[in-house]
Each structure stands twice: as structure tokens, then as C-alpha cells.
Design a protein. Sequence first.
Length: 396
Amino acid sequence: MRSSKKKKKKASHNTAAADDVTFSDLPNHITCDILSRLPLNSIFAFKRVCKLWRDLTLEPYFAKLHLSRSPLSLFFYHDGNDNNNNNNSPSSHFEIIPLHDHLALGRRNRAMKFRTEIHFPHMHAQVVASCNGSILLRNSSSSDDDLVTVCNPLRAQHFILPEPPKLALQTHKSILFGFGHSSSTDQYKVLRLTHMGSPARLYCDVYAIGIDDEWRSIGYTGQPPTRIISQLVFLNGALHWIGIEKSRFIYSFDIEKEQFGSFPLPSCIEEDCNCLGVVDNWLYLHNETQSIAWRIWAMKDYGDFGSWTLEWFIKEPIIYMFTGSVEPLKVLKDGSLLMKFTKTNLRTQVIKTTLASYNPQTRVLKKIKYHVTLPRTRRASVADIPCFVSPMDALK
């Protein structure tokens, strides 16, 4: 009897002790692990609960956990100049839509809004690149001055880069920007490529955030391509683009070593496949949407030039459901390819974005509904993974 009473008393004591333990008593690494699994709107709600949880979301450990688990998302940038108000500092902001698999079922998904203090007076900003949830914006004015800003919407941080070197005026000139990160040195760098002159010459300038005080001009080893025909995309620590020098090559710039490289495209890939991008850590190439069918090639094994595979082939007549440019985003769990279509109204400059999934088994291309507050004149978007790590941390 005494033994039974002791057990009951001990059990009662343990229950009382358990009742006194709260979520705040958990070790920080366990709390970070739990918070990193939550959607963005829940994380920001928890940040407002107490100072401890707010500070935990700024820890590098939490940021890396969240980055490894966060889904690919669409970042929509709304330029403050589009608001048509009389304020000296119009409100610019981002809206972010997580691209979960349930989007393929046609459910509505509401975006989260993140305000910024970015404002380019009398100019419109355009999204030119992104890396680890940080966005690179460039003024889209007709002047030769490049005003470039890097910003992280989740951290409400932005940094205006020093003005890049002035270039001689040329009738035929193309300027491209790339944005990348070195995982070994934890450095973020911006690359500016300027292709101009006759004979053609490639000018290369790089800026390391938190390291450089100004842009550095770097030499280009080897013959520069006569033409650059794609945007710059980041994968495996390097920026990539397509150039033509007698034949087509994919050129690369290693972020850490600041070295250039190149490799030819196989002859099996058609010449009209000049759009370069990244989907699920694959480099891909596809042809223009004006063709009667879309052909999307993927390098299944990075660095193996023989691993290019015709991964998706979308035939007519379903392609006529959409017009404008197309960008593959990710492969969904059912094997469908999630894609983004953009079309610009040349008169109003309104950019319409459409999401769709293509199932290669059923050959069905289906629009996906989502909700974003419509701006009055224009919109720019980019796909990336939201991240609480910020390049601006290096500035401290």
C-alpha cells in the first residue's frame, strides 16, 4: 500500500512538473527547428510574440535551416512610382507566393506583402537577378547611369551599390547583370557584363558586397563571344549564359575564383533553343514560345556535357493557350512541370503573369489560380527561395 501511494505521489509530481514546462523552455536549437518548418506568415506571427523568438529568426542557424526547407516562391516587385501619388517617397513593396505542390490543384494562394524603402526618383526599377532570396534591382531609365540595389524582403534590408564604371557611348551596347554566392567564402558578388564596340569586346566588372568599396574591372581570358543571347543564371557557385562565337557556347563565371569558363552545346540541341534557366538544380534550354511546340532540354548531370536530355516536349494545340515568354520553375511531386508565362502590353507596359502546370503523362497544360494585388502599371517577378540570411549582414 505504501509503495502504491509513493508511486501515485511521484506520478502526480511529474505531471505537475510537466505542466510547468512551456514552449519557451525548449532549447534554442529545438525552437529553431520547429520554427523553420512553419510557413512564412506563421513565422512572422511568432516573431511578434516575444523578443527571444524574434532574435532566433535572425540567427544563422535558423536561417540555414529555413533555407533548406523553404519552398521555391514567386517574388513580385511593385515599383513605388506606379502608385501615382504625390509623396516624395512612394511605397514600393514585394509580394511573395510560395509555390507549394497544392498550387497544381488550382487552389488559391494569397501572397504575403513586404514593404521596402526603395525608391528611384523619376525612374522605374526592374528585377534583373536574385540569389538566396535576395533580389537585384536596376533602374530602367534610358540614361547610361546604372543604379543597382540589392534587397532582402524578409529582412526589410536594402543596399545601393556604388555606381559602376562609366562606359563609352556606343550605338550597339548590351548590359547584363548577374548575382551569385560562394558557399565556401559566404560572399555575395554582382557581375556586370557589357558587350559593345566593333570589333565586339566584352567588359566585365564585379562587386563583392561587404568586401569591395567600388566595382573592379576584371580581364576576360579567351575570345569573348560575338553575341550574348540569354540572361545570366546562377547554379553551383557560377553564373552561366549563352554566347555565340561561330557556334553556340555556354559561358560561366566562377563566383569564388572569379574565373571564366565555357563549353560548347551539343549539335542535337536545335539552334532556336536559346533560352537558358535553372529548374531543380538542372541547367535547361528551351526554344521561343512562338514555335509550334516547346522543347525543353536539361543537363541532368552538371558538368557532363553528354547528359543533355530532351526532358519535356509540349506540342500544339495546347501551347496556344498562352503567349509571351515561358520560364520552367520546378517539377511537382506528380511529375508535372510548373511554369511561369509573362506577357507585356507594349502600350500600357503592364506585365501579366500566368502560372500553369504541364503533365507529360496526360499532356494537359492547366492554368493555376493565385492572388496578387495588381499594380496600376507594371510588375516584375522572379522565382527564388525566401531566406532570412542577407548579403547586407556582411556590411556590419
